[in-house]
Design a protein around this ligand. Structure first.
Ligand code: UD1
Ligand code: CA
Length: 465
């Protein structure tokens, strides 16, 4: 069988620790633009049709395994990390007798696009090559394996940075860490490899040299977009990859009709959706499963995770919203904090230094200044005065505060839960409400005011005494 009809298998190398990260955590679980690095490669290969998809795990194998959907991938353990060639050898039982080709890729390539992988494997298969390797020209190739070619440009071998001579280190064409092999050729050569190099490892790219030396076809395919094949090995490459991926997401939003005023400082998570004509100012972070409707305005410094924001909403500067819902036409902030379980209906105002947790605020309700509303069911058209506090916690359990439609809560009120303020009721300023307020009633609890005439002058005289 020839060409594209032969079976294709995929192997991802994910057993290394990533020493250059200087981290206790394995490199592939570090987040790039809000997702573990490994997820990008898993997603990319899931877009290709393949017989088997195998992931080599080793370092922190259990933690890595948790990221891998077991219905889509098989995992194989590499007990000791003796190099990329050794990693692939762990699949010998599964693949050495399999027909067809195997696409192998490093796990640290978060920028890799499925279309690139498809073009690369299709080219390999249509030409019936023994092996193909993806390469790129980098301005700064330090750390990568260099592609050595003869005078005619024919592929000879890959030389690792650690093993390269000064002249070889000047080569700017690098091995991207993406390979396609005829399965039979791969395993025949892998068994011959020895760890004879500076790192004492078995290098997968050495298979290419053995095949080329036998005169078998080895294609070194240069890819134009160097950043796409950026291998993330250090914290600074991690930052660079995050920046690039974030930039792609911001551009996708702008293409969809969203205004992004300062793309470089705006962070967009992988699952975020934003509607047309919404405006995002600088330093806005939208993460998790956040969706924002149309015509909304999100001002500088807002941090939003897992929220559903409606149409025509205004989020004033420096507001933090977590796992909350904000209804159409509502206005939040500046400096507001919506904690998980907050649901604002339409046209709600939550103002500065107001914290809301696990509470519902009905249509047109306002809590504009300096309040804490926790575990509250608040109806529509309610006015919550400045400094209102729901005392929801008695030290043991949380209790519910209910404020019915149209009620008016005077400033500096404490509502000691469980308590209900009935429909249209008034609560006087400075009240401590411990009992239910019937609908339409006025509740006052502050003591009667007493003035002592001339007290200040008298005090001064006493002090001079
Ligand atoms: C590798 C290539 C280098 C290439 C570069 C591209 C080798 C010997 N070198 O270098 O030519 O330019 O990628 O980014 O392959 N891994 C295992 N088991 C191991 C060792 C590594 O599974 O025993 C995995 C790692 O988790 C990683 C991948 O293989 O996902 C590559 O390993 P890494 O150490 O990053 O290789 P580089 O030094 O970057
Ligand atoms: Ca690497």
């Amino acid at each position: 069988m020839a060409g594209r009809s032969r079976p294709l298998h995929i192997v991802i190398l994910a057993a290394g620790l990533g020493k250059r990260m200087k981290s206790a955590r394995t490199k592939l679980l570090h987040e790039v633009a809000g997702r573990p690095m490994i997820d990008y490669v898993l997603d990319a290969v899931l877009r290709l049709r393949a017989e088997r998809r195998i992931i080599i795990i080793g370092n922190q194998a259990e933690a890595v395994r948790e990221r891998i959907p077991p219905s889509r991938f098989e995992t194989v353990l590499q007990r000791e990390q003796l190099g990329t060639g050794h990693a692939v050898l762990q699949t010998e039982k599964l693949l050495s007798r399999a027909r067809g080709d195997v696409l192998i890729l490093n796990g640290d390539l978060p920028g890799i696009a499925p279309a690139t992988l498809r073009r690369f494997t299709d080219g390999h298969r249509s030409q019936g090559a023994a092996a193909s390797v993806l390469t790129a020209i980098l301005p700064d190739p330090a750390g990568y394996g260099r592609v050595v070619r003869d005078e005619e440009g024919k592929f000879l071998r890959i030389v690792e940075h650690a093993d390269a001579t000064a002249a070889q280190r000047r080569i700017r064409e690098i091995n991207a860490g993406v390979y396609c092999f005829s399965t039979a050729a791969l395993f025949r050569m892998l068994r011959r490899l020895r760890p004879q190099n500076r790192q004492g490892e078995i290098y997968l790219p050495d298979v290419l040299e053995l095949l080329a030396a036998e005169g078998l076809g080895v294609r070194a395919v240069q890819h134009a977009d160097a950043w796409e094949v950026l291998g993330v090995n250090s914290r600074s490459e991690l930052a660079e990859a995050s920046r690039r991926i974030n930039q792609r997401r911001v551009e996708a939003l702008m293409e969809g009709g969203v205004t992004v005023l300062d793309p470089g400082s705006t962070r967009i998570g992988p699952e975020v959706r934003v509607g047309r004509d919404t405006i995002l100012h600088g330093s806005v972070h939208l993460g998790g499963r956040t969706s924002v409707g149309r015509n909304s305005l999100i001002c500088p410094g807002c941090f939003i995770m897992d929220c559903r924001i409606g149409d025509g909403v205004t989020l004033l500067p420096y507001s933090v919203l977590m796992e909350s819902v904000v209804g159409d036409g509502s206005r939040v902030g500046p400096f507001a904090h919506l904690r998980p379980g907050t649901v604002l209906a339409a046209a709600v105002h939550v103002g500065n230094f107001v914290e809301v947790k696990k509470s519902r605020l009905g249509t047109g309700t306002k809590a504009n200044h300096l309040s804490y509303l926790g575990d509250a069911e608040i109806g529509s058209g309610v006015n919550v005065g400045a400094g209102t506090i729901t005392c929801n916690y008695d030290g043991v359990a949380k209790h519910l505060t209910v404020i019915e439609d149209g009620a008016f809560i005077g400033s500096d009120t404490q509502l000691v839960a469980p308590v209900t303020v009935g429909k249209g009721a008034y609560v006087g300023t400075g009240a401590t409400i411990r009992e239910h307020v019937p609908p339409g009633a006025l509740a006052v609890s502050a003591g009667k005011q007493r003035n002592i005439d001339g007290w200040v002058e008298q005090k001064k005289r006493e002090l001079k005494g």
